[in-house]
Each structure stands twice: as C-alpha cells, then as structure tokens.
Design a protein around this ligand. Structure first.
Ligand SMILES: [Zn+2]
Length: 544
C-alpha cells in the first residue's frame, strides 16, 4: 500500500448516526464552537496550559490514526506509513499538507511537513487575530503521536513557522530526541501531562508562605513604628488632647516654644512631635539636657570650638547648633544654664549668629529652638538667676504638659503601651496587668510621671511571673512596700531606710536631683550631702 493511493470515498463511511473512517467512529464538529472552546481554555487556564492540553489531544489522536493505518493496510515500508499522515490530515480537513523532507535512518530521523489553511490558524484568528507565536498546537501533537507510533520511538514535532503569525505557510519539523539535542527542551513540557491539582497545591503553599513572610515584615514594621512612636503621645485625656492640639497648631509657625511641666511628663516627646510635623522635619532634631553638663562643656557642646581654643582642643569641633542647621534644637532643663551661656543663647535668638569657643568670626545659622523646664523661670528671673530678655524670647509660645496624675485616663493605655514595648524588647510572650495592679497604678500619684510609669513597667516586666504583672513585681514606691514599715523591715537601720527611700525617689525622677530634692522637701545641696554621706553617689555614679 502506498500513501498516495488512499481514497477519501473508500475511507469515510456514512450511515445514520454513524460517521467513521474504516470502522473507527468520527465526529463532525462545528468549527466556531471549537474556536470558542479554545478561547475559554486559554482564558481560564492560561496559554501555556491550554497549549499543553491541545498538544496532548493531538498526540492521542495521531497515535490512534497511526495504529488504525497499521491495522487497515499492508504498508510497503515505514516511509509510506508515515506519509499517510498527511493524507489523513487532508481527508479530515485539518489542513492542506505535504511532506517536504523525510529522513528515516537508524540514528537520524528528520521529517519536515508543510501545511496551508490549517483549521487551527482559522480558529485562533477568529478569537484572537494575528498571533506572535505558532498556533497549530493540535497539529504538532498529532504529527508527533502519529510518527512516534509508526517509528516505534519518541518523535517530537515543532512548528517552526505558522500562518497564524502571517507566515506564508505552516512548517513542522519532527525529530527523535537525540537528533533534537537541547533545541527541543523548551517545547518538551507541552507533550507531557501536568498534575494541575498538584500545581495548585504548590502555588497555594507558596502563596501562604509569602503571606506569612509579609505578615512577619508588617508586624516588624508595626513594632518599629510603635517603638519610635513617642511615649504618651496618644491620649484619652482631654487635658493632654488640648496640649496636642496646641502643639499641632503652632508647629508650622517658626517661633520659639517653651514647654513646661514636671519631670518625666513627656516634654521632649512633645518637642520631637512638633519638629516632626513642622517644615523642618527633614532636618535634624537634636536634644540636649542642659543640667547634665558643667557650664564649660555645655557651651562647647552647643556652639563647638575652634582648633586650639583650649587645652586638649586639637581639632575644630562643630556644636549642636551647627549640626542642627535648618532643624530644631531642644534645650531641656533650660533653667539650669549659666548666665554666661544665657548671653550666648540670647545673641543667637537676636541675630541668628553663634560664635564657636575661641572663634572671632560669628557664624549665621537657621535653627529653631524649643526649650523646656520644670522650674519656675519667672521666679528665677526675680532671683536674678535667669535673664528676663532671654525668657521673653524663649517663651514666645508656652505649652504646659499636664502631669500624669492630672490625666488618669492615660495611665492604663500608656502602661499597656509600655508593656507591649518591653514584651518585644525582653522577648516575653505576653505581658498583662493583674486587677490589683490596675488599682495600684490608678491610685498612685506618679511624681515621676510618664517616665516613672515606663520605668515601673520595665521593672515589672523583668520581675513578672508567666507574663502577669502583679503588685509584687512593681517597684516598692508604687506597690507601697517601702512605705509601710512592716515587721520584716523593722530590722533595718535608719540609714538603710533613708538610702532606700532616696534611691527610690531618684529612680522615679530618673536621677533628676532638683526634682528629687523637691519631692523630699530638702534643698538640692542637702540632697547632695546626703547622697555623699550615704555613699549613694559612688555606688550609682553611672546610673544617674
Ligand atoms: Zn500553523
């Protein structure tokens, strides 16, 4: 039997309810519905998966036709059996086709088939128009299935050009794997089934993994934002809400602001927030505690010095004012600066000029000053310890931060805010307040304000058992344990009790001696003498 002898009329059988080709049933099918099916397939599972399914449809079809041809006829040789494929392609209306090259050798197999008027080109064009890649996927599968069955080894056909891309004809090249080498690698997957369920499972697990990572990152981000978020800036109390409103309103006016309020009430936090919402937010916010440094060092810190300005000043050093250029400088405890430094500060406020130590030429700077104090500056003016003209310039606007005991609504939210912070910092799984702790926190007077609350929560977090903050885990001043001299404390000497009491107040005020002296109702110099005589200073020199 020769391929060219195949006759359509002989092959196709028609009878009611049955169309066949030599006993095998065929289905005459409307093309437009196939085109729509192809579109649905591509749109629902994507082009690659659709191509895979259609290629495999062709593969099974080609295998079945090849087997049918083998059963029906006695072929002169494999070449004729192979060439019968193009006759079938034409008989079934898939395309006009011809074999243009046929090399069937032991090691080398190379078949070239050219087609025109492919039914798939038409299908694809009806739905999608001109394509950028070959579209005869069923045909490539059909030829591969037919040839593989006929030649007894895996043959893969690739469409090298296609009328669907506006080429003059479609061309298919078929080779065995060894003849293809790596050139077929990209197309090979289209001939194999893929377990879509498995793929979906893999994708689902990848998505949930990414979601977990995102959640982790988001949580991290949230905690970073929270920790940088100012302590006590969120508020439920009306008194503090008014303070914030005022701060928001004045932030963008470039005036000096004096923030007053007790130690630990959150004056620096407020200053920082004003800077953040001002037009200077892109530039530095630098804070300095004026009471922490002796006069000579403070001046150097603020204004810098020229090289050789004094013994040990080998290099020029810029001061905080210069470093804060275009930003904000926050001068805490402004009431503690010396009269000499006050003069320099006044000079800056009048002329925007500073003169580094040892320098003769003044330097022009643009820096906003926000200062803060817990002292009565008017009183200091009366006593001659603070310049009146400087006070007026610093206090163009005054904001008073209320002490924590005047905004009790904020105590618990703040306590929980700090617990959350220490939970992250100390890596404790969850920290919560017991009901008696809540009572204690609400009834305590908080002389050290927000800072004391923060310190107390850190103290309690460290001493908590299983994350529960009980009265026992709070500092003695809050739980009332040091205040009540029970029998167990009866053994202590007066010196011990005095030491503990002073230390606990220093703890509350974060080492602020002026504030400690005020609470103890003694002068600062008396406090200093007591600290010396009780050896507190030596022991805690690094702490306070
Ligand atoms: Zn094509």
């Amino acid at each position: 039997m020769k391929a060219s002898s195949l006759n359509i009329a002989e092959l196709i059988q028609f009878s009611p309810g049955f169309v066949g080709i030599q006993g095998r049933r065929l289905l005459i099918h409307d093309l437009s519905s196939l085109s729509q099916f192809r579109r649905d397939l591509i749109e629902s599972i994507g082009q690659n998966m659709a191509r895979r399914i259609l290629t495999r449809k062709g593969l099974f079809w080609g295998q079945a036709d090849s087997a049918g041809m083998q059963r029906l006829f006695n072929w002169k040789d494999k070449n004729e059996w192979m060439m019968a494929a193009v006759e079938l392609i034409e008989i079934m209306g898939m395309a006009k086709a011809e074999v243009t090259k046929l090399v069937l050798e032991e090691k080398t197999i190379e078949i070239e088939i050219q087609c025109t008027d492919s039914v798939e080109v038409e299908q694809h064009q009806i739905e999608f128009g001109i394509s950028s890649n070959p579209v005869c996927w069923v045909m490539a599968g059909y030829l591969s299935g037919y040839a593989s069955y006929c030649l007894g080894q895996d043959i893969y056909f690739s469409e090298s050009q296609c009328q669907g891309t506006k080429a003059s004809n479609c061309a298919f090249i078929g080779k065995n794997l060894s003849s293809w080498g790596n050139a077929i690698n990209l197309e090979l997957p289209f001939f194999f089934a893929e377990d879509i369920q498995k793929k979906v499972r893999q994708l689902t697990s990848r998505i949930s993994e990414q979601q977990r990572e995102l959640a982790k990152k988001y949580k991290l981000l949230k905690s970073v934002q929270k920790s940088s978020d100012s302590i006590g800036i969120e508020t439920r109390s009306k008194a503090y809400r008014n303070v914030l409103d005022l701060a928001y309103r004045v932030a963008s006016f470039d005036t000096t602001i004096l923030i007053t309020g007790e130690t630990g009430a959150g004056k620096e936090v407020l200053a920082r927030r004003i800077h953040e919402i001002s037009n200077r937010s892109k530039y530095p916010f630098l804070a300095v505690n004026c009471s922490a440094l002796p006069e000579s060092l403070l001046e150097n810190e603020l204004f810098g010095h020229k090289a050789g300005a004094f013994t040990g000043a080998r290099n020029k050093e810029i001061g905080l004012f210069e470093a804060a250029q275009q930003g904000t400088i926050f001068l805490d405890e402004i009431g503690d600066i010396s009269l000499a430094t006050q003069v320099k500060l006044l000079r800056f406020l009048q002329s925007k000029e500073i003169k580094p130590v040892g320098e003769t030429k003044p330097q022009l700077l643009d820096v906003r000053i926000i200062s803060a104090t817990n002292l009565d500056l008017d009183m200091l003016v009366k006593e001659g310890r603070f310049r009146k003209d400087l006070l007026y310039r610093l206090r163009v606007l005054q904001i008073t931060v209320p002490p924590l005991r005047e905004r009790p609504d904020d105590i618990l939210p703040l306590a929980r805010h700090f617990l959350e912070k220490f939970q992250h910092k100390l890596k404790i799984s969850s920290l919560r307040l017991s009901t008696d702790t809540v009572d204690l926190l609400l009834n305590y007077q908080w002389p050290g304000n927000v800072r004391e609350l923060e310190n107390a929560m850190e103290h309690a977090a460290i001493l908590s058992t299983d994350g529960l903050i009980t009265p026992e885990s709070l500092p003695g001043a809050i739980s009332g344990r040091t205040a009540s001299f029970t029998s167990s404390q009866g053994q202590k000497s007066l010196k011990q009790i005095e030491t503990e009491h002073i230390c606990s107040i220093l703890e509350q005020t974060a080492g602020n001696r002026a504030e400690t002296a005020r609470i103890l109702k003694i002068s600062e110099s008396t406090l200093y003498r007591r600290l010396r005589s009780l050896n507190i200073l030596e022991k805690n020199i690094n702490r306070w």
